[in-house]
Ligand binder design. Structure first.
Ligand code: BTX
Length: 314
């Protein structure tokens, strides 16, 4: 409800009367007033003038469900926010198993057990990071769904570039700036052989961190480091969700194909000599292309190989 009120106030030219809000949202005038008070306590500056109503003067930079909702331009996205949670990904899994609809998004201000691929940890510090897991129910076959990771990487990269950050995609699931990791994407799916039940895209962005745990200091970077300014996490997440909501139907219709050229342009690995680290082996080659299903094509002395999973060092 607070998100709806914020949305109305931020879209209004001047004042919005309490009566209008109460009519539009089907709540009492006292209810409106209580929500306004609660928003003020969270740091929003809302001016009220008798007979005129309310006007939003300063939209806070807090990270909450209604802060994100009020900044979304697209409809149909439901946010479940947690102040502290082990992992938004695990919570989203549970919600999806319980039947939650597509475009339910779990967010958190702090994750105590944030995870990356193969059980690796993902650091999400309180008050500075962006952590979100999006439940998607797409009309796709399981084998077609894997290419959602490079597709999401292109879309996220576009949004960050629009904000003026020079980011690049590192296969399979990282977004780098100045050669360091600013964002990680974790895609998980629940499927049978011929039926995709749901996908969960987990997005972790380093936003306002000024410091990182010792073990990732050399390889991690935050948007704040890169731009020298504090970012509004809810505005950034709203922008990411809007863009994903707008462009994923294209993936549902035509797969990775419409995104592939952009991926190649943004990639840090194409035409580079790389080492691929897989579970039981590491080998060298030259990355030359990406397939429509998201597999990386690598030229080696013994011919071309397709890589489904692994980590790359350049
Ligand atoms: P990944 O397996 O590619 O990367 C994990 C590795 O990245 C770690 O082993 C560590 O070296 C490094 N790392 C950990 N934290 C950070 C960080 N904050 N910044 C830079 N490097 C780091 C990447 O997996 C996918 C991460 C997805 C995270 C999201 S957050 C929302 C959702 N919830 C959840 O538990 N995971 C996802």
């Amino acid at each position: 409800m607070k998100g709806e009120i914020l949305k109305m106030l931020s879209r209004a030219e001047g004042y919005t009367s309490g009566e209008h809000i109460s009519e539009q949202l089907g709540i009492s005038r006292t209810g409106v007033w209580k929500h306004i008070q609660s928003l003020r306590e969270e740091g929003y500056t809302i001016v009220s003038v008798r007979k005129k109503g309310y006007r939003l003067e300063h939209s806070g930079t807090g990270f909450s469900a209604h802060a994100v909702s009020s900044k979304l331009r697209t409809e149909g996205i439901h946010i479940e926010h947690h102040e502290k949670i082990p992992s938004t990904q695990t919570r989203a899994q549970r919600l999806a198993q319980g039947g939650a609809r597509g475009w339910t998004v779990v967010t958190a201000d702090e994750q105590t057990g944030g995870r990356g691929r193969r059980g690796r940890p993902w650091s999400t510090k309180k008050g500075t990071a962006l952590a979100a897991s999006i439940i998607l129910r797409l009309d796709k076959l399981p084998q077609e769904a894997a290419a959602i990771t490079p597709t999401a990487a292109v879309i996220i990269n576009d949004v960050l570039q629009r904000y003026g950050v020079d980011t690049r995609i590192k296969w399979p699931n990282d977004i780098l700036a100045e050669g360091r990791k600013v964002c990680g994407i974790l895609t998980e799916m629940h499927a049978e052989m011929d039926e995709l039940h749901y996908l969960i895209i987990g997005i972790g962005v380093n936003v306002n961190e000024t410091d990182f745990p010792e073990e990732i200091k050399p390889t991690a970077v935050s948007l704040r480091h890169l731009t020298g300014q504090e970012w509004d996490r809810s505005a950034l997440l709203a922008a990411l969700l809007d863009e994903l909501k707008k462009r994923l139907p294209e993936f549902e219709e035509n797969g990775f194909t419409p995104f592939r050229e952009d991926w190649l342009r943004y990639s840090t690995v194409i035409n580079k000599e790389i080492t691929i680290h897989q579970r039981h082996q590491s080998w060298k080659g030259r990355a030359v292309d990406i397939r429509e299903d998201g597999r990386l094509i690598v030229e080696t002395e013994t011919g071309q190989k397709e890589v489904i999973s692994g980590d790359i060092s350049i």
